[in-house]
Design a protein around this ligand. Structure first.
Ligand SMILES: [Zn+2]
Length: 106
């Protein structure tokens, strides 16, 4: 009986081990190189839903940030408007005082 290297038809692609049957190779990969196994449909779905959850969480965070920013801008505009009102009132008061002085001088 002639046995050459071709007899070991299933060589592990991740290490130098060779197996006479692909089933042995499969179990070897499952035991020794589980990280190289293609992800099962179940874990892929799980991963996808996790990714989606992560994205939703990110969007939620962004929305929160936008809301905070808008609130800050609203407060800024409000305070600016208040400051302007005060400025206008002060100016008006000053002018009326000036006018009163002018009338008195006349
Ligand atoms: Zn191997």
């Amino acid at each position: 009986m002639f046995i050459c290297c071709c007899f070991f038809s299933s060589q592990c692609p991740y290490c130098s081990k060779a197996f006479v049957h692909s089933a042995y190779l499969q179990s070897h990969i499952q035991r020794k190189h589980p990280e190289y196994l293609p992800p099962s449909a179940d874990s892929e779905t799980k991963k996808q839903s996790q990714r989606m959850e992560h994205e939703i969480e990110e969007l939620r965070e962004r929305l929160r940030m936008t809301e905070t920013q808008m609130e800050e801008e609203r407060m800024l505009v409000q305070s600016q408007m208040a400051a302007q009102r005060v400025r206008i009132r002060t100016k008006a008061k000053k002018r009326s005082k000036e006018m009163k002085c002018t009338i008195r001088e006349l």
